[in-house]
Design a protein. Structure first.
Ligand code: ADP
Ligand code: TRP
Length: 333
């Protein structure tokens, strides 16, 4: 039996942090063993916010390098760049005819962008979910590993699939489903004590995969805490709980138990907790950081990997485009 198809993309907006790693990248690494995976860098999507042309290539490369360093294996999946697959803009054009203004205007992310970038409310922002849907259905994917923030976009992909199948009276595209190995989607906390880790909150609040040990230690030592517990067995305030949650990702159970006991009997020193967390984080990230450095200098290998990935993606996309043209009546003479 052929393997189920999985697609996921990420916008090239900068270095990946441990939130991206534990929230997304580890899923791809596990999935490539079980599914036919298409993992890509969504460079067209990033144009909606007008990135600097001079930086874009480096950002695309950064994502590819970091995915590979984390264990994404180009022999087990297709790792590619969206703009290397011309069938995507073709299917996007076609599907724009099936997406209605009203439903696109109601998307939460569109409304959020209208608020956050009022001087750049471009048509690409409005049809962002159509392009994302096309990324997925062009490979006839069944599963899409995405964070909670992407669920509405995925629903739009399902609506478009149903609409196409109904309009042409076919059962051509499967309805893609959100996917996670965890029952609850993970959310890695920020170092500023509030909310999830995110690039948009600034360099000092994120632990990046490529951070040098010194930079990483400094950030962790500056993480928000409070003045310490005043009563035994009290509930941890969010900022302190966040540090324990980060520890759970990289420290040994006995280390966590040690600091838990110190918290509960009010003898904890947050400086010691942070030092330990920083050292365990350094140990965890060092092999990844070294691999990132090594791969960054090997442009030839990278371009081969991305070239091969693009070829696999184009082959799968070309088959879909040819079927869709046939279904909608665009036939060659
Ligand atoms: P950022 O918020 O830093 O810009 P992105 O939007 O580029 O992150 O996210 C890329 C992927 O990483 C998405 O699949 C998203 O769900 C996941 N992700 C980002 N931050 C976190 C986090 N703090 N915890 C868990 N997953 C996250
Ligand atoms: N919109 C996604 C994000 O902002 C990125 C993305 C583009 C994507 N195309 C996709 C994710 C297809 C999953 C499948 O993170």
């Amino acid at each position: 039996m052929s393997k189920e198809i999985v697609v996921s993309g990420v916008r090239p907006t900068g270095r990946q942090h441990i939130g991206n790693y534990f929230g997304a990248v580890v899923n791809f690494v596990k999935m490539q063993e079980l599914y036919n995976g298409y993992f890509f860098v969504a460079d067209y999507h990033s144009l909606t916010t007008h990135p600097e042309a001079a930086d874009l290539k480096a950002k695309v490369k950064q994502i590819a390098v970091e995915y590979l360093a984390c264990g994404v294996d180009p022999n087990k999946c297709a790792l590619f760049v969206q703009s290397d697959v011309p069938q995507i803009p073709e299917l996007y054009l076609i599907f724009n005819m099936f997406a209605y203004m009203g439903e696109l205007e109601r998307e939460a992310t569109f409304k959020e962008k209208v608020r956050s970038q009022p001087n750049n409310v471009n048509a690409g922002l409005l049809t962002y979910p159509v392009l994302m849907g096309v990324d997925i259905i062009i490979h006839k994917a069944a599963k899409v590993p995405v964070g909670k923030d992407q669920q509405q976009h995925l629903e739009m992909a399902r609506v478009l699939v149903r609409r196409f199948n109904n309009l042409y009276n076919v059962e051509y595209f499967p309805e893609p489903q959100a996917f996670s190995f965890e029952t609850d989607l993970v959310s890695i906390p920020s170092l500023d004590g509030e909310g999830k880790m995110s690039k948009s909150k600034g360099e000092q609040t994120c632990i990046y995969l490529s951070d040098e040990p010194e930079a990483l230690r400094k950030k962790i030592m500056r993480a928000t805490t409070d003045t310490g517990p005043t009563a035994p067995n009290s509930i941890k305030p969010t900022a302190v709980k966040n540090l324990f949650d980060l520890m759970k990702l990289v420290s040994k159970p006995e280390t966590i138990q040690f600091f838990d006991e110190r918290y509960n009997d009010c003898t904890i020193r947050y400086g010691d907790l942070k030092k330990q967390l920083a050292e365990d984080m350094v140990v965890f990230l060092t092999p990844i950081r070294e691999k990132i450095k090594e791969l960054s200098t090997n442009d030839k290998m990278l371009s081969e990997i991305i070239g091969d990935g693009g070829q696999k993606a184009r082959a799968s996309a070309a088959k879909t485009i040819s079927d869709v043209r046939e279904i909608i009546g665009i036939k060659s003479f």
